[in-house]
Design a binder for this molecule. Structure first.
Ligand SMILES: C[C@H](O)[C@@H](O)CC(=O)C(=O)O
Ligand SMILES: [Mg+2]
Length: 441
């Protein structure tokens, strides 16, 4: 960023954008049978003309509440320059997440945390654009000192201090250039969830899995948790279709009690899932630990994170050996800053990170974080993959590029979440031309 252009933020706009995905059961699971993939979509205008785009993912009704929360935070960002924000990003992160009055709504969880993520994602986008780099590259080119200066270590120093984090980043510098080249030529491994949403018929499951196999997909996630006999039938069908050599994961979206999760997943063990995702409440750290312990002899790990709103919950999941796969989320956590904290903790605990991306814009965003993780933190691809869902990418100015079931690193400056204005107009709620009936309940 040139010193002469501080990029003063002069305006924040936020819009409620909803896509009627529930009409065709895209995105459906045992807890969310009718999700309308939606976003609180933020645009920051600066005095230089440069703009930053950010969003947070939501599910339709209620997006207006997130929009209100973003509006309530706007005064903390409008009037500041990008330069002053990023020169002490930790301070700005804290200002947003610990504002003396607004923090009562969280702290660092729920609607207010989703709103913080939308605003901060737009700030990171603005920063990457100001540097003329895709966000992952902005992070990869940063000094380790600068990276840790973006992280709020409050509440996690009992497991990770700033000094340790710095040391880890310095150590991971070895081989960084080769890993960057490897990513640029091969891409980051992905898995698909789009073949097996809960509301899809058996025929759809078969057809979608067959198509995905033809496209080169080898890792598949299936929604479970509503009815055990249905799950057995659907999972067997998918296992038969994809073969024993491919990887299967199952996702219950918090449907069960702890004991129920253990019994249910033990019955599904015959289809050899790599992990059970969100078996129970995302707040139940010890419940996840009990499930992990019970399922370990079956070779099934526990994955969670898409509803874990902050570094503290991840810290406890890691401390309690409650997860074998950490699922960061670019919008549930407070943007890049909070995701960095979780990536660093996961590395310390040697638990692989497999990001969540089931939603609108999440694939676009999280690909940047996982590329950074591989190049600069974990230096490891074993047991690692990033989720992919094949929905709504056509609404983005720089949609994800998947080749051979891998995310190819974005080349355009920014954080890849600028939506096409025509799409925003069309799907804005209320008032857009194509707002689905399901959203008017
Ligand atoms: C409601 C969303 O589609 C959710 O089912 C996504 C999810 O759990 C995942 O992608 O994992
Ligand atoms: Mg999930």
């Amino acid at each position: 960023m040139s010193r002469e252009t501080p990029h003063k933020i002069i305006h924040l706009s936020v819009r409620d954008v909803r896509f009627p995905t529930s009409l065709e059961h895209h995105g459906s699971d045992a807890m969310h049978p009718d999700p309308d993939y939606s976003a609180a979509y933020v645009v920051l205008d600066t005095d230089s003309g440069l703009r930053g785009f950010g969003l947070t993912f939501t599910l339709g009704r209620g997006t207006e509440i997130v929009v209100c929360a973003v509006q309530a935070l706007a005064g903390l960002v409008v009037g500041k320059t990008l330069q002053e924000i990023v020169s002490d990003f930790r301070r700005f992160y804290r200002l947003l997440t610990s504002d003396g009055q607004m923090r009562w709504l969280g702290p660092e969880k729920g609607v207010i945390q989703l709103a913080s993520a939308a605003v901060l994602n737009a700030v990171w986008d603005l920063w990457a654009r100001a540097e003329g780099k895709p966000l992952w590259k902005l992070l990869v080119d940063m000094d380790p000192e600068r990276i840790v200066s973006c992280v709020d270590f409050r509440y996690i120093t009992d497991v990770l201090t700033e000094e340790e984090a710095l040391q880890m980043l310095v150590e991971a510098r070895r081989g960084q250039r080769q890993r960057e080249e490897q990513m640029l030529s091969e891409g980051y491994p992905a898995y698909t969830t789009s073949c097996a949403w809960l509301g899809y018929s058996d025929q759809q499951l078969r057809e979608r899995c067959t198509e995905a196999l033809e496209e080169g997909w080898t890792r598949f996630k299936v929604k479970v948790g509503a009815d055990l006999e249905d799950d057995l039938r659907r999972c067997r069908l998918i296992r038969r279709t994809i073969g024993d050599h491919n990887t299967l994961m199952i996702d219950a979206n918090q449907r069960w009690d702890v004991g129920e999760a253990i019994t249910w997943v033990s019955r599904l063990a015959e289809v050899k899932p790599l992990w059970i995702e969100e078996p129970t409440s995302p707040d139940d750290v010890l419940g996840h630990a009990a499930i992990s312990k019970a399922l370990a002899p079956l070779g099934i790990g526990v994955a969670t994170g898409e509803q874990c709103p902050n570094r503290v919950v991840f810290k406890q999941l890691l401390q309690a050996s409650a997860v074998q796969f950490v699922q960061i989320d670019s919008c549930r956590l407070g943007s890049v800053n909070e995701n960095l904290a979780v990536l660093l903790m996961a590395h310390k605990f040697k638990v692989p990170v497999c990001p969540h991306a089931g939603g609108v814009g999440l694939c676009e965003l999280v690909q940047h974080l996982i590329l950074f993780d591989y190049i600069c933190v974990s230096a490891d691809l074993s047991d690692r993959m990033c989720e992919y869902v094949d929905h709504l990418h056509e609404h983005f100015a720089n949609p994800v590029v998947i080749k051979n079931a891998r995310y190819m690193p974005p080349r355009d400056p920014g954080y890849s979440c600028e939506m096409l204005e025509s799409s925003v107009r069309r799907h804005q709620y209320p008032g857009g031309d194509s707002v689905g009936i399901s959203m008017k309940k």
